[in-house]
Structure formats: structure tokens, C-alpha cells
Design a protein around this ligand. Structure first.
Ligand SMILES: Nc1ncnc2c1ncn2[C@@H]1O[C@H](COP(=O)(O)OP(=O)(O)OP(=O)(O)O)[C@@H](O)[C@H]1O
Length: 296
């Protein structure tokens, strides 16, 4: 087994009496997309700043690609997209590309040109003249231009419209297919769900769970509304495996199901079903329980 792409041991950061990151033990495997989720202020950005060596831990340690994050040899192989981009507004994207390119000892020119085109970014406009969304694109280009082994992305699509978010997701998937590792920090569940195979959930600096998205999905409750031609017979769904709540109405039945919905669908097959609606739920509720300290 190669080293993990990211490894932390007891990583801790205090700001005065506040423990922003609390004894974090984490291993992100090579080639995976690891979602790092948590509510605002949970300590995600502080963790990233520790990983990259921008700040020193109060206790514990971390390695990134087998080296301390501040090591230039590690840095060159990392693409970092910060949540708050602060570039000198007088620079153009082209200036920045050359600047970062020289810092990193080169970059992939054809790939970068294709990225500019893909995100419709004019490289010759001063960054100060760009909209928030376009500035975000500059951040993406600088994080991806050297095709690093590890991407550390902090709230990557905030400020991007849905089409660009999709484009960004495609780009991430292509890079993962090439073998890159992605550490994706976000408080937005759908983004993490769309890309990550595993997630770690941080609450008040502590890692409350690390799980495969598929396992969480199996655990998550789903709401299903089945609309039928006539009132459904009472008692049809109550005893089926996974069914946690049933409420009937004239037009059908509302169900809450944990895990597989197979038994419910098979039972419904005996009715005249006009419409099925599954109002989201997905992982959102489960995550909120983790966020709020429930015992999910
Ligand atoms: N330099 C600092 N000095 C003092 N407190 C800090 C500092 N940086 C972060 N904090 C505090 O540490 C805690 C964690 O902040 P952090 O920015 O890491 O959270 P986050 O999970 O990234 O949140 P968000 O999703 O809002 O970006 C917060 O309470 C924050 O106020």
C-alpha cells in the first residue's frame, strides 16, 4: 500500500481558548475523492491551512504526499483552491499563470489553454475587473494548471452558476480518472455527494464520523409518496422491512423507509400507481443529525 495522500495524527489547533481542530486522525487514500463536511466554523479551513503548513499545529502532525505540507516538493504536487481568493486586482489571469508556473517549476500549457477555453475565461483582463464567478474560475485554473497529484479544494463551486458547477465536476472526475486524489471541503452536501466516495464529518473541530457515501446512503431514510388510482388498502406497507412510518390519504400513501425500498416497490406493484414522488431526503437528514450531534 502506498502512503496515504493525506495523513494526520492527533492534529490540533487552538486559538486562545478555542479548539478549532481537535485531535484529528485522518487518512485520505491515493486516488479517492474525500469529502470533508461540516457546518460553518467546524474547523475545515483551519485543517486545510494546517495541512498546507500555512499555520503550525498546537499538537499532532500531518503529512501530505508523504511530506510536511510546507515542503516545496510536496507543494508543487498539490493544487490548492482556497475558499477566499485574494489576488492582486491589477494582475491578469495570464500573469498569475506565469507566476504560479514559475513557482511550481512549470505547468501544463496545453491543458491550461484548454481550461481557459472550457471556462470561457479571458486571460488578459485584470482580475479586479472580473465578476465573483470569473474570479472563482481563475482560482480553478491556478489549482489545476500543473495537473497535481493532490487537489485540496475549499468550497470550490461557491459563486459558480449550475452549468459551471457541472463543468467543474466533470473536470474533477477527469482528474480522478487520471489518478489524482481530491480532498474536497464543503458545507454543501450535494456537491460532496456528487463527487466523493468517502466523507469525514467535522463538528466543532472533532471528526464525528468517516464513512463511505454508499454506506451512508444505505443508512439514510427516504420519503416516498405513492399516488394511487383509489385509496390504498390499509395495512399493506406497515410490516414491510425498512418501513418506519406510514400515513394514508385518499390519493395514496406517504412512507418513510430506511435502507432498501425493494419491499415497498413490490407491494406497490399490486396497486394502480399513478405517480411516485421521492422528496429528496437522501442524506440531508442524516447529515444534519451528525452536524447537530444526534446519534445517527
Ligand atoms: N486565525 C484565527 N484566529 C482565531 N480564531 C480562528 C482563526 N481562524 C479560525 N478561527 C476560528 O476557528 C473556528 C474554525 O474556523 P474554520 O474557518 O476552520 O471553519 P470552517 O469549517 O472552515 O467554516 P466555514 O465553512 O464557515 O468556512 C471558528 O470558530 C473560527 O472563528
Amino acid at each position: 500500500m502506498p502512503d496515504p495522500a493525506i495523513e494526520t495524527r492527533g492534529l490540533t489547533k487552538r486559538f486562545g481558548s478555542l479548539v478549532a481542530v481537535d485531535r484529528l486522525d485522518l487518512a485520505v487514500h491515493r486516488g479517492e475523492v474525500f469529502g470533508f463536511l461540516g457546518p460553518n466554523g467546524a474547523g475545515k479551513t483551519t485543517t486545510i491551512r494546517l495541512l498546507l503548513g500555512f499555520i503550525n499545529p498546537t499538537a499532532g502532525s500531518s503529512l501530505v504526499l508523504g511530506r510536511p505540507g510546507a515542503d516545496p516538493a510536496a507543494r508543487r504536487r498539490i493544487g490548492y483552491l482556497p475558499a477566499d481568493l485574494a489576488f492582486d486586482p491589477r494582475y491578469t489571469t495570464s500573469d498569475l499563470i506565469e507566476f504560479f508556473g514559475s513557482l511550481r517549476g512549470g505547468y501544463d500549457r496545453p491543458f491550461t489553454a484548454a481550461l481557459l477555453e472550457r471556462f470561457a475565461l479571458d486571460p488578459y483582463r485584470p482580475i479586479g475587473d472580473l465578476s465573483t464567478g470569473n474570479r472563482r474560475k481563475v482560482g480553478i485554473v491556478q489549482a489545476f494548471m500543473h495537473r497535481p497529484d493532490l487537489y485540496i479544494l475549499d468550497e470550490p463551486t461557491s459563486g459558480l452558476d449550475p452549468l459551471l458547477q457541472q463543468e467543474f465536476h466533470r473536470l474533477v472526475r477527469e482528474e480522478v480518472a487520471r489518478g489524482a486524489t481530491v480532498f474536497l471541503s464543503s458545507h454543501v452536501l450535494p456537491e460532496v455527494e456528487a463527487l466523493a466516495s468517502r466523507v469525514g464529518i467535522l463538528r466543532r473541530g472533532r471528526l464525528v464520523t468517516v464513512a463511505a457515501i454508499d454506506d451512508l446512503r444505505r443508512k439514510a431514510r427516504q420519503r416516498i409518496d405513492i399516488y394511487t388510482a383509489g385509496p390504498p388498502p390499509r395495512g399493506l406497507f406497515e410490516r414491510l422491512p425498512g418501513v418506519r412510518a406510514v400515513s394514508y390519504h385518499d390519493g395514496g400513501v406517504h412512507l418513510v423507509v430506511e435502507g432498501s425500498v425493494d419491499a415497498v416497490i413490490k407491494a406497490a406493484a399490486g396497486l394502480t400507481v399513478e405517480r411516485i414522488h421521492t422528496p429528496g431526503q437522501d442524506l440531508e437528514e442524516l447529515f444534519l443529525e451528525y452536524y447537530q450531534g444526534g446519534d445517527a
